[in-house]
Design a protein around this ligand. Sequence first.
Ligand SMILES: O[C@@H]1[C@@H](O)[C@H](O[C@@H]2CO[C@@H](O[C@@H]3CO[C@@H](O)[C@H](O)[C@H]3O)[C@H](O)[C@H]2O)OC[C@H]1O
Length: 413
Amino acid sequence: MVHLSASSLLLAAGILPNLALGAGLNDAAVSIGQVYFGSATDNPELSDSTYVKQLSNTADFGQITPGNSQKWDATEPSRNVFTYSGGDTVAKLAQSNGQKLRCHNLVWHSQLPSWVTSGNFNNATLISIMKNHITNLVQHYKGQCYAWDVVNEALNEDGTYRQSVWYNTIGPAYLPIAFATAASVDPDVKLYYNDYNIEYSGAKAAGARRIVELVQSYGAKIDGVGLQAHFIVGSTPSKADQKTTMAGYTAYGVEVAITELDIRMTLPSTNALLTQQATDYSNTVSACVETKKCVGVTIWDWTDKYSWVPNTFPGQGAACPWDSNYQKKPAYNAILSALNAGSSSGGGSTTTTTTTTTAAVTTTTSASGSGPTGGSGVAQQWGQCGGSGWTGPTTCVSGTTCKYSNPWYSQCL
Ligand SMILES: O[C@@H]1[C@@H](O)[C@H](O[C@@H]2CO[C@@H](O[C@@H]3CO[C@@H](O)[C@H](O)[C@H]3O)[C@H](O)[C@H]2O)OC[C@H]1O
């Protein structure tokens, strides 16, 4: 049973003016207890003064994310040579506007320089390269980021680990090692796992929960799961499914955020598509509003003029809440209404269901320190095969060999 106050009843009836509600997206988000509403941006568009003026409008945007300039290819193009100019420009803009900065990202399979992907580094060397990169970036931006996307997109669609240079060389231990390294440099910044197609129930969402459990089982800090939410008009998951899936993550004690929301369509845009897009935006924002530990929504740029979609998905576009002439589309008011609706529903603090499918978290690669499983041929443990602290067999069972052997984690496969 929902109890509405007298003022909210009058508001709903249109008798009282809506003075308490947010007039912009960030104002509305903050007024219902969320941390921010934000947008991604990128360095080339920062020379467009009309664009920068709206991006800097804190009524709408209380947070920004650099779309490219903190990625590995931009920050460490050659080994141990760090360049921060692009990322610093975005960080300074956030600071001068009084906006929060989501920092994106530290470890990803994409936008890596060839010296990383083609270096044929062994396990120990690649771990030290990864740790050095994380240490330098987290130290450089210490005190400036609300959160870091520590690992981006580690999963395949079926929830197994993506065959990246990180996984193939280091094994699943690269995830907890990355989180532990970031936490050791800046204990205060929020540390996120970030991915797409984990906004709805299924094998990939189960994989993301398994990652949270893996990092926690190592004793490393993980604060949040970022749901990218790159969606297609008319094919977005239901609000109920998005809420259930978010609850699956928050059951582990972490927060969640919508980190890269955009909803693309096959061009040309029509009124019908724009109307459906508004509904789709509203559903995702409402799912966040109605989830206690969903701290905020970031759209992956605010205007179609600079959206990444047409370059990446040929024939598609019109994915943002503003069109390419900076005019608000129906999606804008739908988002604003979804946020303002949180003020009557206790927004940002609605009780989150905890009936989650924790059974799905069971993993064959979880490393609880309980030692190898022996006969199955899979031995796994924090520690080095046969090294100090290793309590399993000094050699792997017949037919398997010790893989990923390093001071943190080993497996007989
Ligand atoms: O030519 C490249 C160009 O392809 C590159 O495009 C960027 C690719 O990444 C985009 O962000 C990602 C979108 O979704 C998720 O997968 C990730 O988490 C995001 O990082 C970004 O918006 C595009 O601009 O940009 C650099 C050019 O040199």
